[in-house]
Design a protein around this ligand. Structure first.
Ligand code: DGJ
Length: 727
């Protein structure tokens, strides 16, 4: 792994474990994209770029070489207005109103390791030798705008992290109208586009379609990464599958509005861009000021989607998530939300916790409704003061009662929100996002606090610090239940109003940094009505996310499978809930609910006191089993075997890094009459090794090639689980 600069042909060669990425400076210093794919040895890489003169509708930028038009040249960070008529990666506005820019190479530096991105979540290194970073400096001389393109290539992974920094080096203000994190021009368009889309309770469904001429992609304009589209897309070779074929993945480390687009132009090349959504965005850069974009993690896999996912999983699990819980097994929890909703007392909570303790559960989480006068979702957000009607002894007393059962205690917050019916709103009616003279649109009877303002962030952080410091709380669920409307801030001048949504994210990240640093012993789980902000930005601060409000085992197969395309198992909260299920009213077996939830950070979310003795026995076994499997499940490598998007069956296997242990899960949704015989072929095992499981001893080769028979399943909603140990 290294980054090589060849001064003769002005190429930069970024070498990952099995990947190469090549950039070349063309003519006066235009950074051209030359190659991204399987690793190349150091050769004359300047020969790769193909140039050809095209018609006059692609303007000729360099009269001495009519083969070069910025409109057809594959580029690394295209500008607007000087010859490239495809969609640009950035756009500026100067005081004279002009929006043209042209930034050319002026220098570069290659450094060991990876610099931090000030104020933003990002992947990181612990030792300098884990990665190399190339910074290419471009300058738009007319605008006095410096643009630094940053590329980090990781030693042990086929991932490249890209981001951009803008600096106003002149003496006039500049406005950024568009500042994407990356752009790359691939030399053909024979790809399928894959993305993860859906809605509340149906997040991250896999959608795949062929690229077509023109623009396509996904975006969020909601002020959050969103349930609707995840900040991720991939281009797949036509033959790419779970195990085979080429895949290019793009994942944005950001939690706000984003755009991820692919443009196929007439010569059938494909431009992929990703970053903060330019819609309703601008940023004023005064002289001397700079702007840092979030980063995009780009992954190349020659081993299909499975290979791509395992690269993301490893990078995000080990070098995006931080803090002590990155490497620690996560506690098995019981959450009272679906058990009681807002209707609970301290005694009821204690009963549930006690039932949990008897079953081996380690953490009790008190969800929404413990503060203010919150008997429903129409009040009190912002008043983080315990409701003594429900908890007469206060939080300390309840925490003590739970802890005396030898269980940890966790608490729910929704810190970014404010209810119009709250003391906080009565005191500070201008603390919410709003536009003077316009309606303040409510969703779930709540408004959004203006986290783009420092004093608002500080006030909320102080309230949370007081509560978290007042009792031995070891887990926080950080919820966020609506998207942004009337995005305006009372704390900002008119020309900076369009900075509000991004400044909100920066404010939120600042608060999260402050709290996670102040309370390193607390495990933070992020949530946004389930998975409405399941993104890498949040994982930087909180190593796990509540995957979806939909806890139905069958729905969860798709949700967890889709989520696993990018996000590691250790990032997914998954709970067993009651039947009939509260979201889809389906009745599934406790066994299947357990097996689905065990394929994540395991927990229960129902009234445990209602279990029959028989159910209690099964739950006890599930909890015990999960505890044994937990290191493997949370830190192993995932291989998806059968997709719920393809049919009635789903299967996956998680294999330990050293291939000494594995756990496989198989799920069948509906029973089929007179069904064909079936075997499940595993993956990721050592073919030379032998593995023991409850049904006997098998060779790794046998398990992967001959497979296991699927037998003895009767009825709907069936599941199987095998735990393998190398002998
Ligand atoms: C939405 C979350 O996703 C749920 O789990 C629960 O915490 C509710 N909010 C509480 O209001």
């Amino acid at each position: 792994m290294a980054i090589h600069y060849n001064a003769t042909d002005q190429t930069f060669h970024l070498q990952g474990k099995h990947t190469s990425y090549v950039i070349q400076m063309i003519q006066t210093g235009v950074p051209a994209h030359v190659y991204w794919g399987p690793r190349l040895r150091e050769q004359q890489l300047g020969r790769i770029l193909q140039l050809q003169e095209r018609c006059s509708f692609s303007p000729s930028s360099f009269p001495d070489d009519m083969r070069i038009s910025l409109d057809t040249l594959p580029q690394e960070y295209p500008a607007y207005g000087a010859g490239d008529l495809r969609h640009p990666a950035y756009q500026i506005q100067r005081p004279d109103g002009s929006t043209v820019s042209e930034a050319l190479y002026v220098g570069h530096r290659i450094i060991a390791g990876k610099p931090v991105l000030e104020g933003l979540p990002a992947t990181y290194t612990e030792q300098d030798e884990e990665a190399w970073t190339l910074e290419v400096e471009l300058l738009d001389q007319v605008a006095a705008l410096k643009i630094v393109l940053s590329y980090t290539v990781f030693r042990d992974l086929d991932a490249i992290a890209r981001s951009v920094r803008f600096e106003n080096t002149g003496d006039a203000p500049l406005k950024l109208l568009r500042a994407l994190s990356m752009s790359v021009d691939l030399n053909h368009s024979e790809y399928d586009l894959l993305h993860l889309s859906g809605t509340w309770a149906r997040e991250r469904s896999i959608e795949r379609r062929p690229l077509a001429s023109g623009m396509q992609g996904v975006e969020s304009r909601r002020g959050a990464s969103s349930h609707q589209h995840n900040p991720f897309l991939a281009l797949l070779s036509k033959d790419a599958s779970e195990r085979h074929g080429e895949v290019y993945g793009f994942s944005l480390v950001y939690s706000g509005s984003f755009a991820a687009q692919a443009e196929v132009e007439p010569y059938r090349t494909t431009r992929v861009t990703m970053g903060i959504n330019p819609f309703n965005f601008s940023w004023l850069l005064e002289p001397g000021q700079s702007f840092q974009t979030p980063e995009v993690v780009m992954v190349y896999s020659a081993e299909g989607l499975g290979g791509m996912s395992r690269t993301y999983h490893k990078l995000y699990r080990t070098r995006l998530c931080r803090g002590r819980f990155r490497d620690e097994a996560r506690p098995v929890l019981v959450n009272n939300w679906e058990a009681t909703y807002f209707d609970f007392t301290a005694d009821k909570i204690e009963q549930i916790a006690k039932a949990g303790q008897e079953l081996g559960i380690e953490l009790f989480v008190l969800d929404d409704g413990w503060f203010g006068k919150r008997d429903s979702d129409n009040s009190s957000l912002g008043d983080w003061i315990v409701d003594k009607r429900k908890l007469p002894g206060g939080l300390e007393d309840l925490v003590q009662r739970v802890r005396s059962l030898d269980m940890q205690f966790g608490l729910w917050f929704e810190p970014e929100m404010i209810s119009p019916d709250s003391e906080l709103y009565r005191q500070h009616p201008d603390w919410c996002l709003h536009v003077e003279g316009r309606r303040r649109t409510q969703a779930r009877q709540q408004l959004i606090l203006d986290f783009s303002r420092e004093e608002v962030c500080d006030a909320i952080a102080e309230q949370l610090e007081a509560i978290l410091g007042s009792a031995p709380i070891t887990y926080v669920k950080w919820d966020m239940n609506r998207n942004m409307t009337e995005i305006g801030s009372a704390g900002r001048s008119p020309e900076r109003q369009q900075e509000t949504a991004h400044r909100y994210m920066l404010g939120l990240y600042r608060v999260l940094e402050r709290l996670t640093q102040a309370f390193p012993h607390i495990l933070f789980e992020s949530c946004s009505g389930g998975g409405g902000r399941f993104d890498p930005g949040m994982l930087y601060y909180m190593p796990q996310t509540w995957t979806s409000d939909n806890t139905d085992a069958v729905s969860r197969l798709k949700i967890q499978y889709g989520t696993s395309l990018v996000y590691p198992i250790s990032s997914m909260g998954a709970h067993v809930s009651a039947v009939p299920n509260h979201q889809v009213h389906r009745i599934t077996s406790l066994e299947m609910r357990g097996n689905v939830a065990m394929s994540g950070n395991f927990g229960y979310e129902l009234d445990l006191t209602h279990f029959t003795d028989e159910e209690k026995e099964l739950v006890k076994r599930q909890v015990e089993q999960y505890k044994q499997l937990r290191p493997l499940i949370q830190f192993g490598n995932l291989y998806r075997l059968l997709s719920p998007f393809d049919g009635n069956e789903t299967a996956w296997i998680i294999v330990s890094e050293d291939q000494s242990e594995a756990v496989a899960f198989y799920f069948s949704v509906l029973a089929e009459p007179n069904a064909p015989l079936q075997r499940l072929r595993l993956q990721g095992l050592n073919p030379e090794a032998d593995y023991e499981t409850a049904t006997g001893l098998y060779g790794g080769d046998y398990l992967m090639h001959a497979g296991l028979p699927i037998e003895g399943l009767h009825g709907d909603f069936q599941s199987l689980m095998w735990h393998f140990k190398r002998v």
